[in-house]
Write a protein of this length. Structure first.
Length: 368
């Protein structure tokens, strides 16, 4: 391993301007902020789950740190990571990351858009169709859209998720960067407008002239209220893919959901800790079955992709336990006094060190 470099910044973005954006939803509070130099950043806080009739409210207080830990860890292992730093915005604390698309005609194109184009049964907003989000569907889009040169980066992402125990690498949490045409941008505008219209109207009952509805019907399935698969495919074929996006959105990891009591229990119970590590599931399914990270990797090792998987795993040669310890020891030492309550407790840092070390050891042995 080359020299370990830990460069965590604390940024006060309280005076930055909030920019309008069409949110895809989700439970984490997100904002686009514009810095004084005109550059745009995403600001994201930890997830908060409101109470329901059957469940108590939950707040994953330290989750935003996971993005920063993942960035520092992946960067030092030689992976292409999106940078995250700790930031405050007025009375909120969270993580800050730069916007990935740098120009108006450059776009972040999530893997899910390709999957939706090839599988009509996969509806990301419908949890009952999650089993359609499979490695086999990923294979299809790689072949259909001639993206095989990116296999190594896909596998690196899956292996990194196995190290940190990321359970949320869903279809929008990995992507490409590409140049888009006017056609592609107009279809995006149409899709966003449809989402707004659907909040108040059924598309087939729109109060517009029949010929307007007929024209919309060229692009939109009015019964299913979504773009036709052929339109999405055409849109993607007219997009010039330039690169695989840096690894981003890795916060659902590193024991973020554990209570302080559970952290203490796992630190003192090796059997319980081993069980916890083995229970973590990858979001990407295998033949419509949800597996833990290690079973998914084991299937990849046994597949025809063994050579590219092995090559993808070369970054693990730089692994040592000192790396995660050094990151955690330097993580929040410069946090201002006002925010000291958000420092990660030492016992939680110790558990994260154990989890990452055990998961890495398990993964390395699996790949031998």
């Amino acid at each position: 391993m080359s020299e370990i470099k830990i460069d965590i910044q604390f940024i006060d973005a309280s005076d930055w301007q909030v920019q309008f954006w069409l949110s895809s939803g989700g439970t984490r509070a997100k904002k686009i902020l514009q810095a004084p130099d005109g550059k745009e950043y995403f600001f994201k806080c930890s997830e908060k789950k409101p109470a329901t009739e059957t469940k108590l409210a939950k707040e994953y207080k330290y989750e935003f740190w996971n993005e920063i830990i993942a960035y520092q860890l992946g960067k030092n292992l030689g992976l292409n990571m999106l940078r995250y730093d700790v930031a405050i915005f007025k009375d909120e604390i969270g993580c800050l990351s730069p916007k990935m698309n740098k120009t108006d005609d450059e776009e972040l194109i999530e893997v899910g858009r390709f999957m939706i184009a090839l599988n009509e049964n996969f509806l990301p907003e419908d949890n009952s169709t999650r089993k359609e989000y499979t490695f086999q569907l990923l294979e299809e889009i790689i072949k259909e859209f001639n993206l095989s040169k990116y296999w190594e980066l896909f596998f690196q992402t899956l292996l990194f998720d196995a190290i940190i125990g990321n359970t949320d690498r869903h279809q929008e949490n990995w992507a490409f960067l590409g140049k888009t045409s006017q056609f592609v941008r107009h279809i995006d505008i149409l899709d966003n407008q449809l989402k707004e219209i659907k909040k108040t109207h059924k598309l087939k009952d729109l109060p517009v002239a029949w010929y307007v509805k007929k024209f919309i019907g060229i692009f939109v399935d009015l019964e299913k209220e979504k773009l036709k698969p052929g339109v999405i495919q055409s849109q993607l074929f007219f997009t010039n893919i330039k690169s695989f996006a840096p690894i981003y959105d890795s916060g659902s990891s590193l024991a973020r959901e554990l209570t302080d009591e559970r952290v203490e229990q796992l630190l003192n119970d090796k059997i319980a800790l081993e069980k916890y590590i083995n229970n973590g599931s990858a979001e990407l399914h295998w033949n419509k079955e949800k597996l833990n990270h290690f079973s998914l990797v084991e299937n990849l090792v046994k597949s025809s992709y063994i050579e590219v998987v092995t090559k993808s795993a070369e970054f693990l040669a730089d692994w040592n336990e000192d790396l995660i310890s050094l990151i955690l020891n330097n993580l929040d030492k410069d946090l201002p006094e006002k925010w000291h309550d958000f420092r990660i407790p030492n016992n939680r840092k110790n558990l994260i060190t154990k989890i990452v070390s055990l998961r890495s050891e398990k993964l390395i042995n699996l790949l031998k």
